[in-house]
Design a protein. Structure first.
Length: 324
């Protein structure tokens, strides 16, 4: 082979080899670009997914905050509504009490006008009501001790009869008997739905300038075997020293008539200094506990018309003896 042919062959080989190298390099670069593009695409997808997840999380957090605010707003609105309703109820009760006081005052004045100067005045106070009140009032003038105006009374252990029903039934019978004896009688209330605080009850007796206020109640005890009647009277204290002697004297006379006339277990005359109705009274006042609604037998008796009539008669005779 001539020298020139060898040279030409060498150039041809170089060209072929160069072409092959170029093709291989191009393929490698193209592959690298493809891989890089794939990586970039995957990174973009990853970043996009992370951004989307972050966006979803932020939206969920905002929704949670919004829901919490909505719940808080609803609770605040409910609390405000409850507070407003409570204030409106308290206002309505106060207005109702004021109206009752006004009516009682008018009735008292009418009784005084229609009676002669020698007629004795007895105020009958049937204890408790079908409406309760958690509003508090001072236990005595100037006292920091507060007591609930109307916590609700006892209930028959078997009959489930509320105490206020028994109290009112006896009070109405007592009123008729005293009126028949010639007394001017004022009732602190005539309906079980009337709710009066103990200060308001005492004021009825004060305004009537009563010769005696008798408060009618029934007792209760965790010990169902407890039975019998008792008479509560004010103690000789700062707010009640002016009515102590007369109250105790009247209480003893009335109670003696009651237990002997009805044949009740005698639990005695008890002095109390913690009763709002006593501490605010300016006239003689007594409170009779007619028996235990927590005792099966006395619960049954206190719910009978005959037994209520016996109690009323015992009290009326005792009051008549005390005020002669």
């Amino acid at each position: 082979m001539s020298k020139n042919k060898k040279i030409i062959l060498a150039f041809v080989c170089l060209a072929v080899i160069g072409g092959a190298l170029y093709s291989t390099t191009y393929s490698i670069k193209k592959h690298e670009k493809s891989v890089q593009a794939t990586k970039i695409n995957e990174e973009n997808i990853r970043v996009s997914s992370a951004a989307k997840a972050k966006e979803v999380a932020e939206e969920a957090a905002l929704a949670k905050v919004a829901k919490a605010k909505e719940v808080a707003d609803a609770k605040a609105a409910a609390a405000l509504k409850a507070k407003t309703k409570k204030e409106e109820t308290a206002k309505a009760l106060a207005e109702k009490t004021a109206k009752v006081d006004a009516k009682l005052q008018v009735k008292t004045e009418e009784n005084k006008k229609n009676s002669n100067s020698s007629q004795k005045v007895v105020v009958i106070d049937p204890g408790h009501a079908s409406v309760t009140s958690s509003v508090t009032e001072p236990q005595s003038p100037g006292s920091s001790t507060m007591k609930v105006k109307e916590p609700g009374g006892a209930q028959g252990i078997n009959s489930r009869t509320p105490e206020y029903v028994v109290n009112m039934a006896v009070a109405v019978k007592l009123r008729s008997l005293l009126q028949a004896k010639g007394y001017s009688v004022v009732m602190t209330k005539t309906q079980n739905s009337q709710m009066l605080g103990n200060i308001a009850r005492a004021e009825v007796g004060n305004k009537a300038n009563a010769d005696l206020v008798i408060r009618i109640h029934a007792d209760s005890n965790n010990n169902s075997s407890a039975k019998g009647a008792s008479m509560l009277v004010p103690t000789d204290a700062k707010n009640t020293d002016s009515i102590y002697t007369a109250s105790k004297k009247y209480g003893q006379i009335v109670f003696s008539s009651l237990v002997s006339g009805v044949g009740m277990n005698n639990r005695g005359v008890v002095e109390r200094d913690d009763m709002t109705g006593f501490n605010w009274s300016k006239v003689p006042v007594i409170l009779v506990e007619m028996g235990f609604l927590s005792n099966v037998n006395e619960d049954k008796l206190l719910n009978t018309d005959d037994y209520q009539a016996k109690i009323a008669k015992g009290l009326a005779d005792g009051i008549d003896n005390a005020l002669k």
